[in-house]
Design a protein around this ligand. Sequence first.
Ligand code: 5GP
Ligand code: ZN
Length: 114
Amino acid sequence: MSECIFCRIAAGELSADIVHEDDQVLVFKDITPQAPIHLLLIPKRHVSTLLELTEEDGELLTHVFTVIRKVAVEYGLSKKGFRTVINTGDEGGQTVGHLHFHLLGGRHMQWPPG
Ligand code: 5GP
Ligand code: ZN
């Protein structure tokens, strides 16, 4: 059994509030939402961080952003906007070692981030 919690969610071993699933990616609600809408998109394949990605992942990444766009539209975020975040490594604030894309919306975002 994998020790990676997001692999376990992708395998259905841990429950999550899933809002989109296909053969390549899964989108589910963040367990500790930082905004009225806070979703996480993960590739089903275990990729630890953005640093592991190569040119060969181009098709996956196109799919990732197509799904983010689709979900953002479905959640009514296209007019007011939203934020997409990838945290990488310790100083980047990454706490789960499986690549994930945060989709945050439903409130005005601050800049710079904390
Ligand atoms: P990071 O800090 O690595 O960029 O983001 C990890 C995110 O995963 C955090 O926002 C955290 O709330 C979320 N998270 C951690 N464990 C779980 C879990 O078991 N289920 C869900 N749905 N989200 C989780
Ligand atoms: Zn994993």
